[in-house]
Design a protein around this ligand. Sequence first.
Ligand code: SF4
Length: 525
Amino acid sequence: MLNIRDHSTGELFNRWGHLGRNRVKRLQGSWAEVFRAHVLPKLPAEELSKEFDPVMGRPTIDLAVVLGAIILQQMFNLTDSETVEAIAFNITWHYALDVRSDSDLEMTDRTLRSYRKIVIERGLDEAIFRDITDGLIKALGLDTSKQRMDSTAFKSAMRELTRVGTFVETIGKFLRELKRKAPTEYERVDPEVVGKYVERDGDGCFGVRPTESGKRLPEAAEMLRELLGMFRGTSAEGMESFELMKRLFEEQCDVDEDGNLRIKTPDEMSSDHMSNPSDPDSTFNGYKGQGYTAQVMETYTEDEHGEKTAPDIITYVAVNKMTEPDSAALQPALDEVDERGIKPETVVADTSYGADANRVDASRRGVEVVAPTHPPKNYKSGMLSLEHFELDVNGFVVKCPAGHAPKSANAMSGRLDARFEKSTCAACELRNRCPCGIQAKKGKRPRLWYRYTRVERRKRLLYEKTAEFLEKYRWRAGIEATISRLKNWLKLGNLRVRGRPAVTLALRLKALGLNVFRSVPYLTI
Ligand code: SF4
């Protein structure tokens, strides 16, 4: 039976009067007031209610209270039992959740888990983040014309495994699922194999030293091939863990024409390969390690005198694969904020977001991307580039860095070129750093050639040295503080969940939590 209370209207009597004036005042000036006034009334309780019979069965806990508790769990990074305890005894939570009946305080770990599962399955976490953030932006009267974007790598609650460990865990997972779902098939498995991969008798296949890994890996791979052959075409083939075994075999093994099994070298494996069957969605990046990438976009205000007049509110978050470049994240972010009516006029981001395709797309939407352009080749080693040459309005070289005019400057087939006097370049002091001087030293004709697109890039690179650009770009750094708060304060860097759907829920609700905390000074008395 459904239980949905209307939290947008108050009660006839003051439920909190017994706390006394000072304690009530503290509650009214805290995150609990923002949560109660701006989060609770907007929770999609109606959507969640579709899972339940409106009349039959036991009455549900107030669905808004359940959804609120799922958000608070992420805001305070609590375990299920800590969350259930807070719902039962924490007065600040009761105030935030506008609890009106003792029956709403009697939640169990199991109830919390099953409601969270429904939230993930119905994608309600996305609606919760969007609708409540948009509501906060409206309540704050926030100007969203300036936003900034960045990404960070983070891990799920997943152990890092060696390659042997991945094989052992995947086989073990399959055998455990097989025992549960197809006990008759399970009886066909040699007890010695069960001992090794499930019960891990002795040292099993685990805990091997790196030096022993080379010997154990082929053995585990052979076992994987044997199990795949043994259960192909049986009821086990439809199991999720069988799919994981198949994926592992395809990603890490090869079979030659004679049927011999070969373990692929790390270079032959895709960076998307599964490294732990407990979280097959997580991916690997050579620089950042194993896990996911969080994309974060937030508003900012240019507070000249160090006084903040509005909070920075996270407008967009997404969980991507570690292998997806940041350049691919800007367009989906702009799509979403555009659809929600909170599109920025300026987005400040680092170099990777400023790809040409992103600039073109953003400009079509009326958005300016303020991001540094990739520097020219050999920029760091002090080599001279097109930026050091003087060009006229049509892109032709007028003067070289040493102040010499070219012998000729032409354009053909979409390319421009400038030729210099060989003797001038050979005697020039800059010859070791200039592309023309280097050619002269090699006995070649000193020549500089480039495309029209390079002329455009030069314009941007020169603009990026101006005070105007530096003033706009300096606001990008602020998003690092937001990411640090998400990771360290709201514990995104120490998640208790794994799997992309659960990780996405955690990121969205933690970002929403940060928005709530940041709104407190502006929305409370
Ligand atoms: S090497 Fe030639 S083109 Fe380069 S700076 Fe010297 S004179 Fe100018």
